[in-house]
Design a protein around this ligand. Structure first.
Ligand code: ZN
Length: 319
């Protein structure tokens, strides 16, 4: 069958083209509901292309939708099932095919707009639930984009005494404040390490979740932790960076990665419903983070806005 589908032709160049789809024996054909522009999509749009990816690239991986057809060997899904995509499968399209291992069923009670962002929401929630934040802690979330803002809400609900959020975008800090964060630090105007020292009377943060993805944020996250504190890594850093990790050793910091999608597919099937449960229950509010929506024919504009507009948190394309 034919579908409209989006290609990243070159950095900064997003085009909507016609694509012929065939459904392989272990693949599922999905009618897309909505697709989100991920931070990683944005990085590639800006020319930061990981080695394993070749241009032109069929872009898009955050989506959900309805199963239309299944390959001859697929037993896990049938037409009419609601699914969430967890693979690079060109989700900025009317229809897309996914290997069966790249899909998850939509949990009962999760509406399709949020289910379509099931991958980024589950990743952020998994990071919050496994970052080690406990009742009474001072928890820093460094970077409050879509993921950071979800993590900040969740750790507050989990009992953090103070949730401190750090970003350079004032409007993102403002959204985090509205969603319950206690202390906002704009890293452009304030030294976040000193601010944390002042706030904790020199002790440092119990947990820092690093969700900004830069050399500076990594080093500052290390510097603002208490002795034996936990550095939880969320962000995707694609270029080599120089880190000052003396403190990791000297002060016995605990370093943990919290990426849900980096478990095996078998484990992911178990962790995803668990990670999404507080969202289904309404304990974490994701809706205010969807700041921009475009129809598929304006997918290039969606990328432009995601790239340039500092007020953009999650940009979605309705397909
Ligand atoms: Zn993503």
């Amino acid at each position: 069958m034919k579908t409209r589908a989006t290609q990243l032709k070159a950095p900064g160049q997003i085009v909507l083209v016609e694509r012929e789809l065939t459904v392989g024996p272990e693949e599922v054909l999905v009618k897309g509901h909505l697709s989100g522009v991920c931070g990683s999509d944005k990085a590639m749009y800006r020319g930061d292309i990981p080695e394993k990816i070749r241009l032109p690239f069929w872009i898009g991986h955050e989506s959900g939708g309805m199963v239309v057809e299944v390959g001859s060997k697929v037993r896990e899904f049938q037409p009419g099932d609601k699914v969430m995509a967890f693979n690079w499968c060109n989700t900025f399209a009317d229809y897309y095919t996914v290997p069966v291992s790249g899909l998850q069923p939509v949990p009962d009670g999760l509406d399709m707009d949020l289910a379509s962002l099931g991958e980024p929401i589950a990743c952020a929630m998994y990071s919050a639930l496994t970052c080690g934040a406990q009742l009474g802690d001072v928890v820093v979330v460094y970077g409050v984009g879509f993921a950071g803002s979800i993590i900040a809400q969740a750790v507050k609900r989990m009992g953090a005494h103070k949730v401190v959020v750090i970003d350079v975008a004032e409007h993102k800090l403002a959204i985090a404040r509205r969603l319950g964060s206690d202390v906002l630090i704009n890293a452009r105007t304030l030294d976040p390490v000193q601010a944390l020292r002042d706030l904790t009377k020199g002790r440092g943060a119990d947990v820092v979740v690093e969700a900004a993805g830069s050399e500076t944020s990594m080093n500052q996250a290390t510097a603002m932790l208490k002795h034996n504190g936990i550095l939880a890594l969320y962000s995707w850093i694609t270029q080599p960076v120089t880190l000052n990790i003396g403190r990791w050793h000297d002060d016995g910091l605990q370093i943990r990665t919290t990426g849900l999608v980096h478990h095996t597919e078998q484990e992911r099937v178990i962790w995803t419903p668990w990670a999404l449960r507080p969202v289904v229950q309404g304990q974490v509010d994701v809706r205010p983070l969807i700041t921009h929506e475009f129809p598929l024919e304006k997918v290039a504009e969606a990328f432009e806005v995601a790239d340039r507009d500092p007020a953009a948190v999650k940009v979605v394309v309705r397909t």
